[in-house]
Write a protein that binds this ligand. Structure first.
Ligand SMILES: Nc1ncnc2c1ncn2[C@@H]1O[C@H](COP(=O)(O)OP(=O)(O)OP(=O)(O)O)[C@@H](O)[C@H]1O
Ligand SMILES: [Mg+2]
Length: 307
């Protein structure tokens, strides 16, 4: 694992996301507060894990920090630039530094586009002025980089395995040499035997390209293995955040303890239900605990459980 630099690449402050709740006749009845007052930093070369039960707001945060679905309030600063203040054109330029990898590579891929064209697409959009031959060489290099035979570039999505499809998505995500990737459950849909390979690929790419990740996952063992720091989300709030060693070795918040105490199940569907069930038994006192207290250097715990 690369050592993380001491200053933030991404700085998220007081991020909230509300979704309108429509009444059955179509009017907006009220809002649903999916994420409430979330703050964290991600440093260069760092992987921050985001864990929590299904529906706790992990994907909402992932889409908010990439501005795919901007926050209702709060700021997201990338290398000191407030993303909400960028014009559409400036944001397009910023996109090359910020990429996303999703859980289901099959639905991310375009069924009518061969794998080579899919990986080349961002290069065509951003690196204009280069010849087709140059771009084809670059795509071949990207295929090799993610462990795929460049001759597979002419194949279509249905002609790949799940793991290979995720490699194609990763090749596209790294095509523009981004600084930051949000990986939203990138291994949850994959066969257990393939999961470690994809995680190792992400780790190698981090070392090579100096990448930072927000790694969203239900798999607590994988999060411990891959992430430098971990934030635990419960009902849209961060209840605990610390470096991985501290979080797994000295969990302070009752919800974190419950999450870690349960034995993980290597089946994503069963695991999702299990983590959900744990969430239902979390103590109600934590609901107000969104003010975090630093109980030890870098170890933040929601106030209701701190001390
Ligand atoms: N577009 C939307 N409109 C309304 N509500 C939404 C929308 N997207 C998400 N939500 C709600 O916000 C909450 C958080 O959803 P989110 O997808 O962020 O959870 P998650 O932690 O990623 O869950 P999972 O582990 O199942 O992927 C959920 O209650 C969800 O129903
Ligand atoms: Mg999700």
């Amino acid at each position: 694992m690369t050592r993380a630099a001491p200053y933030p690449l991404l700085s998220v402050r007081n991020l909230s996301k509300h979704y309108p709740l429509r009444s059955w006749w179509g009017g907006t009845a009220s809002v649903f507060k999916a994420v409430h007052d979330v703050s964290f930093d991600i440093r260069p070369n760092e992987t921050l894990g985001l864990v929590g039960e299904s529906g706790s707001g992990k994907s909402t945060i992932g889409r908010a920090v990439t501005m795919l679905n901007p926050p209702t309030s709060g700021t997201v600063a990338f290398q000191g630039t407030d993303l909400a203040r960028l014009s559409a054109r400036e944001m397009r330029g910023m996109r090359r530094h910020i990429q996303m990898v999703f859980q289901d590579p099959y639905s991310a891929l375009n069924p009518r586009m061969n794998a080579g064209a899919y990986v080349m697409e961002p290069l065509l959009l951003h690196d204009t002025g280069r010849s087709r031959a140059e771009l084809r060489d670059e795509v071949a290099g990207l295929f090799e980089r993610v462990g795929l035979d460049p001759r597979f570039a002419r194949r279509y999505p249905h002609q790949f395995s799940g793991g290979q499809r995720q490699r194609i998505c990763i090749a596209r995500a790294i095509a523009l040499k981004p600084r930051f990737i949000v990986a939203d459950e990138p291994i949850a849909a994959l066969d257990v035997s393939i999961q470690a390979q994809v995680v190792n690929l992400l780790q190698d790419l981090q070392d090579e390209l100096g990448l930072s990740y927000l790694f969203i996952s239900h798999d607590l063992r994988m999060v411990r293995y891959l992430c430098h720091r971990v934030a635990v989300l419960w009902r849209g709030r961060i209840v605990e955040m610390a470096d991985s060693e501290t979080l797994y070795g000295d969990p302070r918040h009752p919800y974190t303890r419950r999450l870690l105490a349960a034995v993980p199940v290597p089946d994503p569907v069963v695991e999702r239900q299990r983590v959900s069930a744990i969430g239902l038994t979390a103590p109600p006192s934590s609901e107000t605990g969104h003010d975090l207290t630093e109980v030890a250097p870098g170890h933040w715990v929601a106030q209701s459980a701190a001390g």
